[in-house]
Design a binder for this molecule. Structure first.
Ligand code: NAP
Length: 357
C-alpha cells in the first residue's frame, strides 16, 4: 500500500481462528499494513491458543468489549450475532469496525463498500463499515464498468459457490463425503441439508417469504446499494457446488445502450483488480481452481446475449476467490483506504472510562 499514515495502528481480527479470519491476518501481513499491535480475537473456546502472525505466535484472546480498548481498526468475521453484539461496543470505544457479516450491510447510514467501486462511501462512516457478501463482491466491479458506459437495465445472476464460503466445517464435510464415496460408504450430511459431494444445492442461507434465499436476496439488495442504483432490476439463483475455493457466476446483463463484447472486455480490463481471461477457442476462461489464491476478479465468456434486442444484452462468466477478494482482501483494502484518506476515527485513543455507560 502507499501513502498511508506512518503511525502503526492497533488492529484486531475478530474470528481470527476461522477461515476468513486466518486469511485476514495473512492478507494484512502480505500487504504490509502498518500494524503496531495485533489482537487476535475469537470465542472463549479458543482463548489461550496461539496463531501464527508475521512469523511469530500470538495468543488468541476472547472477544469481549474490553478487548477493543485502544484498538484503531477491527476486522470482524465471527458471524452476524457476534457482530450485532460487539461491533457497536467496539465502535463506542472509538474503534473503526469493518464487518464481514451480513448484520449491518443494509442498515441505512452504514457504508457497504467494494474498494474499487464506491470507496468514497467510506467517508460517511460512524464507526461501522460493512464488507459485502462474497457473491456480490465479485459481481459489482464488472457491473460498474457497464453501468458507466452503457447504463444497466436488468441483471440476472446464477452463482456456483464454493463450500469455503460456509466455513471450516463445510470444507471438512466435502472432503469427508468424497472420501466416503471412494470407500463405498454413504455420505453423511451435517452442515448442509443434503450431501454436497457430487451434488448442487440450490439453497444458501435461509428461505425468505418471497421465495428467494437470503443469499440470493443479499446479491439483489447489496448490488443496488453499492452501485447506487436503488431501482436496478436484479435476480439471482445461488447454488452451492462441491468446489473448495472460488465462487463462479453466470451473469446476464441488459444494458440501456447497445454494447459489443469487445468494448465490454476493454471496459472490464480497465477496472482495477479485474482480469479478462477470454479465449474460448483455446479453452481459456476463468476457472475456480485458477482463481483460488488470487486477489483478482476474473471475467470471461463475454458474448452478446442474443435473447435481448438491439445488442443491449451481454452474457459473462465471473470467478473470484471468495475468501480473498470475496472477504479478507476487500476488508483489508477498505482498511488501507481509511488510513490513506485519514478516515480512521480520531477518537481511537479515548480511554475506556470516558465511554458512555
Ligand atoms: P468459521 O471458519 O466457522 O469461523 C468462525 C469464527 O468465528 C471463528 O474464529 C470462531 O471462533 C468465531 N466465533 C464464533 N462465535 C464467536 C463468538 N461468540 N465470539 C467470538 N468469536 C466467535 O467461519 P468463516 O468462514 O471464517 O466465516 C466467518 C464469518 O464471515 C461469517 O459471518 C460469514 O458469514 C462471514 N463470511 C463472509 C464472507 C463474505 O461474504 N464476504 C465470506 C465468507 C464468510 P472459535 O474458533 O473460537 O469458535
Amino acid at each position: 500500500m502507499s501513502g498511508h499514515s506512518p503511525r502503526p495502528l492497533t488492529v484486531a481480527v475478530v474470528g481470527a481462528t476461522g477461515v476468513v479470519g486466518r486469511m485476514m491476518t495473512t492478507v494484512l501481513v502480505e500487504r504490509g499494513f502498518p500494524i503496531g499491535e495485533v489482537r487476535l480475537l475469537a470465542s472463549a473456546r479458543s482463548a489461550g491458543t496461539t496463531l501464527p502472525f508475521a512469523g511469530r505466535q500470538v495468543e488468541v484472546q476472547e472477544a469481549t468489549p474490553e478487548a477493543f480498548d485502544g484498538v484503531d481498526i477491527a476486522l470482524f468475521s465471527a458471524g452476524g450475532a457476534t457482530s450485532r453484539d460487539l461491533a457497536p461496543q467496539a465502535a463506542a470505544r472509538g474503534c473503526t469496525v469493518i464487518d464481514n457479516s451480513s448484520a449491518w450491510r443494509m442498515e441505512p447510514g452504514i457504508p457497504l463498500v467494494v474498494s474499487q467501486v464506491n470507496p468514497d462511501d467510506l467517508r460517511a462512516h460512524e464507526g461501522i463499515i460493512a464488507n459485502p457478501n462474497c457473491s456480490t463482491m465479485q459481481l459489482v466491479p464488472p457491473l460498474m464498468a457497464l453501468r458507466d458506459a452503457a447504463g444497466l437495465e436488468r441483471v440476472v445472476v446464477d452463482t456456483y459457490q464454493a463450500v469455503s464460503g460456509t466455513g471450516g466445517k463445510a470444507i471438512a464435510e466435502l472432503e469427508t463425503q468424497v472420501r466416503a464415496h471412494v470407500a463405498g460408504m454413504p455420505p453423511e450430511p451435517h452442515v448442509y441439508p443434503h450431501p454436497i459431494a457430487f451434488n448442487a444445492l440450490p439453497e444458501i442461507d435461509v428461505f425468505l417469504e418471497n421465495g428467494y434465499t437470503k443469499e440470493e436476496w443479499k446479491v439483489v439488495t447489496e448490488s443496488r446499494k453499492i452501485l447506487h442504483l436503488p431501482d436496478l432490476r436484479v435476480s439471482c439463483t445461488a447454488v452451492r457446488v462441491p468446489v473448495f475455493m472460488s465462487h463462479s457466476e453466470a451473469v446476464h446483463v441488459e444494458t440501456r445502450e447497445p454494447i459489443t463484447p469487445d468494448r465490454a472486455r476493454e471496459l472490464f480490463a480497465a477496472v482495477p483488480g479485474v482480469v479478462v481471461r477470454d479465449d474460448p477457442a483455446a479453452h481459456v476462461y476463468p476457472l475456480a481452481t485458477e482463481a483460488a489464491g488470487s486477489d483478482a476478479i476474473y471475467v470471461g465468456r463475454v458474448r452478446t446475449d442474443l435473447s435481448v434486442p438491439d445488442g443491449r444484452g451481454l452474457a459473462l462468466w465471473i470467478v473470484s476467490d471468495n475468501i480473498r477478494k470475496g472477504a479478507a482482501t476487500n476488508a483489508v483494502e477498505l482498511a488501507e483506504l481509511l488510513v490513506e484518506r485519514g478516515w480512521v476515527r480520531a477518537a481511537s485513543r479515548r480511554p475506556a472510562e470516558a465511554l458512555p455507560a
